[in-house]
Design a binder for this molecule. Sequence first.
Ligand SMILES: [Fe+2]
Ligand SMILES: [Fe+2]
Length: 475
Amino acid sequence: MSSINYSEKIPNNVNLSEDRVLQRALEQWQPNYLKWWDQMGPEGSQNMDVYLRTAISTTSDGWAQFGHIKMPDYRWGIFLAAPEANRKVNFGEAKGADAWQDVPGEFRSNLRRIIVTQGDTEPASVEQQRHLGLTCPSGYDLRNLFQVNVEEGRHLWAMVYLLQKYFGRDGREEAEALLQRNSGDQDKPRILEAFNEPTPDWLAFYMFTYFTDRDGKFQLNALAESAFDPLSRTCRFMLTEEAHHMFVGESGVARTIARTCEVMKQYGIEDPAQVRAKGVIDLPTLQRYLNFHFSVTIDLFGADQSSNAATFYSTGLKGRFEETKRTDDHVLKNDHYGILQISNGALIETQMPMLNSLNEVLRDDYIRDSVSGIGRWNRVIEKAGLSFRLLAPHKAFNRHIGSFSNTRISPDGRILSEAEWQANVRNWLPSEEDRAYVASLMGRVVEPGKFANWISPPPIGINRQPIDSEYVRFN
Ligand SMILES: [Fe+2]
Ligand SMILES: [Fe+2]
């Protein structure tokens, strides 16, 4: 069950050939997907052989397969984690019942909406990253970018499988629409705002994979708890891929910091202008990128008070992060949660009904997880003997969704007038000038073992290969 059949047109571990209707629907969607990949996927990658990992089974050792693959020949398919025997609904009003193998009619439209929203983010990030290959800092990084891209493409397949198998004609229409919306498109944008922002340079890419792919981790974990078992199994396998994306982000930022610190030490300089003169990214600019990606990403969790979040939970569609590890009653009807709100010009925590606060619960879990990586980045700076420290901004900073969206708040959590905000925003968010400076560093480096001046080499290669191995071959 867990091993993947690559002999079929669509590789899968779901016995696709036994469901002719579904197989036909997916085989009709496949050429449209490939056309989308060709037009919106990684620019200029058609003739490259890339050292990619491919899933051969969904067990923990199934990732062992690494090899050079011609990019357009990558085999996207449908992989679900193995079923769990006698799985039960673990939360909400149906807690204790058998998990569902089909979609209950009354939850159909909410479930479809959840799957479409998740599915929409996957191709969006491929679109956001499509030009980055042209300015890669090394062949190693180019390979990592493409690994992330092919897997986000596969995550789209994962959601399209669910839509086509369980949602009939509506599902087929949604599957087509997922290829028609495009990131940043004026008329048909992607559903969530963070997925319409450009990812213009590699620092933005690393910040995106650290912060925004981590949103994916939390959303997928919450959906992995779903009473709808096929969604749960799909998300559980996607999570094994997501871990690598966050690694690319965390290590990419750490290597950028390491190189900056090395140069600062070498020349005994701290002034950002002097640091820039040496062709590396000054630490205050890194902080501003961090502020931007952190704040845009926490908006993805939605409004702090949400009746949809309550409904999704109570009906068993979407759980909490690590639902089954929690020791409460998993129904939450009588529980409360502290929500930060603005009242009389101050930030005040108010107890609100837990069920309506589940977006905020997930956001706070996310914030704890992202802050731990910022601590690891600071250790790189500390080891270099420098006093600068990166900080997560206050969660009310630069928000566009929820109760802070109409108030200006500084990264340290002070409520500001519009004039104070305007006078300081250049210190807090990347300015045009910051972005132009970072863009000026982006040149293409692909010779094996060579790295752009602004970033350090990684400590080890992919799959224990040497750092100077030929991760991407050009034909
Ligand atoms: Fe993904
Ligand atoms: Fe991802």
